[in-house]
Design a protein around this ligand. Structure first.
Ligand code: NAP
Length: 199
């Protein structure tokens, strides 16, 4: 693990670097980003640093109260930050559709979509759509969200002449599937649900 932290990638950065290091000198004014799961951890820090660099940040959160508090905290540290909070429960396809429709109806551009919200090895449960909740949250909801916002991103790219970015925040644990890979026909089978990882 220490090797991984010290090792610089092609970008010249390593896991030792902060989001502020990586974005130093970058002017994000004129860009708009959606980030899911912005109320803690990686999402909150990403939202803070994007806002610090001038990006208009849309915090897509299921807990609006928590997101509003996070927004206030970021603005306290960076009064010029432009941040909106919108409701999104990424585990519910209906909520994703509602979020995307609302976003599109606002006529906002979209340069960066960061699919960060996630849950890790929760007890077995099904989402509102009857899909195993971890798969519904970490994968399906974000897939649906990306599909619904793709045209907005393409339109933004064409009008501003700058490539967009879709960032899927994931985990190395995705490598630890069953040897058959994802068994789509057994996804919702509680008996096959196994949250123990062997690194
Ligand atoms: N931290 C790590 O070491 C690590 C390692 C590998 C991968 N990752 C990945 O990195 C991402 C962020 O991880 P983190 O450690 O920063 O997580 P975290 O602190 O637990 O934050 C997760 C965020 O996702 C939100 N979220 C969860 N379910 C949601 C839903 N159904 N709808 C909308 N938002 C939802 C949470 O919102 P609430 O406040 O409402 O709960 C929270 O804002 C995740 O995708 C995770 O799998 C993290």
């Amino acid at each position: 693990m220490p090797l991984l932290i010290a090792c610089k990638g092609k970008s010249g950065f390593s896991a030792k670097n902060t989001a502020e290091d990586v974005t130093e000198g970058i002017d994000g004014h004129g860009l708009t980003a959606i980030i899911t799961g912005p109320t803690s951890g990686i999402g909150l820090e990403t939202a803070r640093v994007l806002a610090l660099r001038g990006v208009h940040v849309v915090m897509a959160a299921r807990n609006l109260e928590a997101a509003s508090k996070c927004k206030e905290t970021i603005i306290k540290g960076c009064p010029s930050a432009t941040i909106d909070v919108m409701e999104l429960d990424v585990s519910s396809l209906a909520s994703v559709t509602k979020f995307a429709n609302e976003y599109i109806s606002k006529g906002l551009p979209l340069n960066i979509l960061i699919c960060n919200a996630g849950v890790m090895a929760p007890p077995f449960s099904l989402s509102k759509d009857g899909i195993e909740s971890q798969f519904a949250t970490n994968y399906l909801g974000h897939f649906h969200l990306t599909n619904l916002l793709l045209d907005t991103m393409k339109h933004t790219t064409r009008s501003c002449g700058q490539e967009g970015r879709i960032v899927l925040v994931s985990s190395v644990v995705h490598r630890l599937t069953y040897k058959e890979g994802i068994m789509f026909d057994k996804l919702n089978d509680e008996k096959r649900y196994n949250v123990t990882c062997k690194f």
